[in-house]
Design a protein around this ligand. Sequence first.
Ligand code: ATP
Length: 500
Amino acid sequence: MDNLAIFAAIMATVDNSVFQAIISHAKEYGFVFPSSEIYDGLSAVYDYGPWGVELKKNIRDYWWNEMTRMHDNIVGIDAAIFMHPTTWKASGHVDNFSDPMIDNKDSKKRYRVDHLIEAHAEKLNAEGKTQDAEALIAAMDALLAKEDFAGLKQLIEDNKMTCSVSETCNWTDVRQFNLMFSTEFGSTVSSDDEDNKVYLRPETAQGIFVNFLNVQKTARMKIPFGIAQVGKAFRNEIVARQFIFRMREFEQMEMQFFIRPGSQKQWYEYWKAERMKWHQALGIPAAKYRFHDHVKLAHYADAAVDIEYEFPIGWKEVEGIHSRTDFDLGNHQKYSGKKMQYFDNDLNEEGKPIGNYVPYVIETSIGLDRMFLLVLSHAYAEEKWTKEDGKEDSRVVLKIPPKVAPIKLAVLPLLKKDGLPEIARELMKECRDDFYCFYEEKDTIGKRYRRMDALGTPFCVTIDHQTKEDNTVTIRYRDTMTQERIPLGRVRETVLSKIK
Ligand code: ATP
């Protein structure tokens, strides 16, 4: 396929206008902001705003509770972001976690291949050749996905891309570039001192592996058991143009499940099913999810599958389930010289204890930010309808599953007077201990409903003059926009029953 054909094929599966609308909505309504925006942002780094941070926390809690409360044999940890540098030798990240780069032979200046090509695409854009620019980016993405380094070099040469210093097109072959961010400990160390180099962790998993024995002993865990962790991870990603889908600083929710060697197939299937159940229990349609088996396995895995979701930008990975064998514990044992073994008291067929072994591991690993984007993608809807009086009406609504919605209940006094705010404040007091409530008395009730729709608030309660007479309120349901009157005293339990 030529460049334009590749681009057309990619665009056919992608609804960029919806994706762009979600990005704008996320910013306008305080979910996600570009990092340090006043300085024009920082590529592939984002900040979460007031409602984003609530949604993110609710998704995190939904995962954490499922893992640690619903399974007797899973406990949590919170390991540091910095780890001993040898960790990353043992894990294979120093040698294997890389992306392509290229050097100009005349200036000796080094470029990340994607940066060089993107800069050229920008130039084409500036010249008004937007289709060529898009085709170039699509061709680059396709070659990167195939790890076709010769093809990438060819693309650079065919497009006559030049170095900004030498202005020549005299390039080396494309080589690998490590995705880990590094820094140094201490103040007097020179930057090329390899011994003092520390990395920002590229995954949270290794913090679990190095603590395997500490946790097993102190929490008195018996195999099979799991260790769960949520935390930041950092990757110097090379394709970083997809909002919070691919970030340079992101959050992972990972669980390593330690098992007897030989039982990995059974546990792999178990966790595949469990994780899919977790996703679908949120009420997101099963048809939007699929499994995608890895053909090319990572250096540590004997089986791996992605859970993919149909985002507006196409089917994409949201979670990985990996059968990691004894690769990590075995390598930490080798590099640290410390035993990473478990003594299994259970009896074998001969009636003797099974004894010592390095456990095998099944990993479930999901990106919190990616799950956040999944929820937004599922929730975002633009609706239009004709009212009874024949006029058109419309709204943008986030149909966020009530369980994870940032605000669960909006409490809206019809007027700012006549004792209505006081009743509303009383209701807030009654409910705010159980779930997030939002009080709003400005604007017409219709405008307030629309704003709550845009924030994904599943329930609005209006306090009016009838409330003073008969202690009832109007409750409005976000998804159907239907309203009914219920006793004031039943508001809390109604909301609680829907968010459990
Ligand atoms: P991808 O193929 O998309 O780069 P990966 O296979 O490298 O992802 P893993 O190393 O398996 O991802 O990480 C587990 C999960 O962490 C992914 O399923 C994804 O949800 C999340 N994740 C990985 N990289 C990023 C990133 N740069 N930004 C946001 N989330 C990420």
